[in-house]
Design a protein around this ligand. Structure first.
Ligand code: SAM
Length: 222
């Protein structure tokens, strides 16, 4: 099979399950109109994130890498009315588009977009001594995926689920000795799951409209 087939099947899944509803479509349209790159999660991946948040009963979610807020909306929809999602975004233009999209989705009361490099925002967030996050979604600069996973341990608790997006990178995850910083970052995240006794997890390869990639999933333990 190839990209055309994966796209075709994603379309079938979206159509049949009614994924990518008008609110999410509007968020994508607004992101495109503002010239944001088309690198949000797909509709079925967004629904997968929503399911994961429901499965862990997430009341507090941390997202690293907001873009136009597509995955933010998918995740925040799983929160109870008193739930909270903090999302970190480096680019003020992306944050602005996301803030409008989140408001249009009726989720402004639950979501806070923080602008700045995540490695600066994370220590600031920690200083506020927030309630531990129940789910952390890592989807920003891939070179730092391992660093963000380390931060997820800091800001989580036993039972926290961490999802790291785009670790498979069309198979380059397996390029041992690669000098590509994004590949190294993905490998660091996977190696940390193996090395850190408080983490257990795995990597799931995915295909679809967004190509060939995959998620790392890790559960924080004692
Ligand atoms: N999670 C989004 C979604 O699925 O809808 C997609 C996020 S996109 C793949 C990655 C985002 O991370 C971009 O908006 C980019 O500006 C942001 N980013 C890149 N480097 C960052 C950093 N150091 N700190 C915070 N955000 C960063």
């Amino acid at each position: 099979t190839d990209q055309r087939t994966w796209q075709h099947v994603d379309s079938y899944i979206d159509r049949t399950l009614g994924l990518g509803d008008p609110v999410l479509d509007a968020a994508l349209k607004a992101s495109d109109a503002a010239g944001l790159p088309q690198i949000a999660v797909s509709a079925s991946q967004g629904e997968f994130l929503n399911l994961l948040a429901r499965l862990v009963g997430a009341r507090r979610i941390l997202e690293i890498g907001t873009l136009g807020g597509y995955s933010t909306i998918c995740l925040a929809r799983a929160l109870p009315a008193d739930g909270r999602l903090v999302t970190l975004e480096f680019d003020p233009r992306h944050a602005e588009v996301a803030t409008a999209n989140i408001a249009a989705a009726g989720l402004a009361d639950r979501v806070e977009v923080r602008v700045g490099p995540a490695l600066e925002s994370l220590p600031l967030l920690q200083r506020e001594q927030p309630e531990p996050f129940d789910l952390v979604f890592i989807d920003a600069d891939k070179v730092n995926s391992g660093n963000y996973l380390r931060w997820a341990l800091e800001l989580g608790r036993p039972g926290t689920l961490v999802v790291v997006d785009n670790v498979v990178r069309e198979g380059h995850l397996a390029d041992v000795g690669s000098a590509d910083p994004a590949i190294r970052g993905s490998q660091e995240a996977v190696e940390l799951i193996a090395a850190e006794p408080r983490l257990r997890g795995t990597v799931l390869q995915t295909v679809g409209g967004k190509g060939y990639d995959g998620f790392a999933l890790a559960l924080v333990g004692e």
